[in-house]
Design a protein around this ligand. Structure first.
Ligand code: A3P
Ligand code: MG
Ligand code: MG
Length: 384
């Protein structure tokens, strides 16, 4: 099946038209056995401080502190006088991850044993480099009915780099958030502050400032069938009392959600939220999600733990529910599609993959356009 893919006309250097194959995301095409997904291994981490400065260390990793089962956290506290919000108009693309790769590339280079016959010394030992969040979007695509996505892919030195481009609709939503929505986004971060300490045996400090510039990111390596992946994702905290003694198994994901009063609300949590929670944590191998259920005034009324590996069992009794195998098989198919389509190994070329609900994935090709995201500083260092 072929479509005529019309590239954005405002980019003069772009190829104007191309005959492009498309990828269908229809669920039934992906309802086969769960594909091979290797247990993710942490190969490193980095931190972003309160000014969004990069550090090649774990200084921003926080420590999980067990709370009362029925806590009385007030998520509205500190809004807006103790809140510093990251400027989400600034597009960082893969920048922090590229910096981490440069500073750690001795760990990542493909050795001759890996079969690199080209002799290229800086070839990475990964087919794909991306953010975990971009992969989460791929996993949830077969079930997404609201928001489309744009993923820019560049093949450089044998590795496919995937970086998201904000859609027009997402930009409009971001710029037109209601005051209520803006406050509710704060609640998620405030919950983290109630649940985490800065030091291993410390206590949470709810009187502090919530600063969403701060982040600790794990970098993991894994394989989905024959695709080797290197990706990074933000991690909320580490459980020092976990029976697991190594990352990423001792990491914990924190979530907030509206309190559940009816069977219908429980069912909706399973059908919609647990899909996103599962995809986000399963990808980097984070085994535990701790949810704080809050009322409409932002008071956390209960806590519940979800084991990532048990979520698929939990949702099985829901009718027409999402399926983890469909999510993973679609992701696998997309990565294969990328490998087939993206042939020019050139950091100045971006293949822009585009998807809208109820449509196929299509793409267009752009050289030296606004979409280029691999920097000269990265390319220069990596080709040394
Ligand atoms: P909750 O999802 O618990 O409400 P994360 O859970 O991924 O660590 O993100 C922390 C918080 O950031 C979220 O907390 C939410 O408040 C906010 N957030 C993350 N992704 C978001 C998105 N796509 N849209 C709106 N808010 C988001
Ligand atoms: Mg987080
Ligand atoms: Mg979280």
């Amino acid at each position: 099946k072929y479509v005529r893919s019309n590239c954005s006309s405002d980019v003069s250097s772009s190829v104007a038209f191309s005959h492009s194959p498309v990828l269908s995301v229809r669920r039934h095409l992906y309802d086969m056995d769960f594909p091979l997904y290797k247990q993710p291994v942490e190969v490193g981490y980095f931190s972003l401080d309160s000014s969004r400065r990069f550090f090649n260390d774990a200084r921003m990793l926080r420590h999980y502190v067990e709370a009362d089962r029925c806590p009385n956290f007030n998520l509205r506290d500190g809004y807006t006088d103790r809140f510093i919000k990251r400027d989400d108009g600034i597009k960082e693309r893969l920048d922090h991850l590229l910096r981490w790769i440069l500073e750690n590339r001795s760990k990542l280079q493909r050795t001759p044993v890996d079969g690199d016959a080209s002799g290229s010394s800086c070839r990475l030992s990964a087919d794909f480099v991306t953010w975990r969040g971009h992969l989460t979007k791929l996993l949830t695509t077969p079930y997404e009915t609201q928001e489309g996505w744009l993923l820019a892919v560049t093949l450089f030195n044998g590795t496919y780099y995937i970086s998201e481009v904000e859609t027009e609709a997402a930009r409009r939503n971001r710029e037109n958030r209601t005051e209520r929505h803006a406050e509710m986004m704060y609640w998620g971060y405030k919950f983290e502050q109630y649940m985490c300490a800065d030091e291993p045996s410390g206590l949470p400090d709810p009187s502090g400032v919530v600063n969403t510039n701060e982040a600790f990111c794990t970098v993991v390596q894994t394989k989905l069938t024959d695709h080797s992946l290197l990706f990074s994702g933000e991690v909320d905290c580490r459980d020092d009392s976990s029976r697991f003694k190594a990352a990423p198994s001792y990491y914990v994901e924190l979530k907030t959600s509206a309190e559940i009063c009816t069977p219908k609300q429980r069912s909706n949590l399973h059908r919609y939220k647990l899909l996103k929670w599962w995809a986000q944590s399963f990808l980097p191998g984070v085994p535990r999600i701790i949810a704080g259920f809050r009322d409409n005034d932002g008071l956390v009324v209960s806590l519940e733990t979800f084991e990532t590996a048990k979520i698929s069992q939990l949702i099985k009794h829901e009718q027409n529910c999402w399926k983890p195998n469909v999510c993973m098989n679609l992701c696998n198919a997309f990565l294969s599609f990328v490998k087939k389509v993206v042939t020019q190994d050139d950091y100045r070329v971006v293949y822009l993959f585009s998807w809208e609900p109820y449509k196929d994935v299509s793409y267009s090709v752009h050289k030296d356009s606004e979409y280029t995201f691999l920097h000269d500083w990265y390319v220069r260092e990596m080709t040394k």
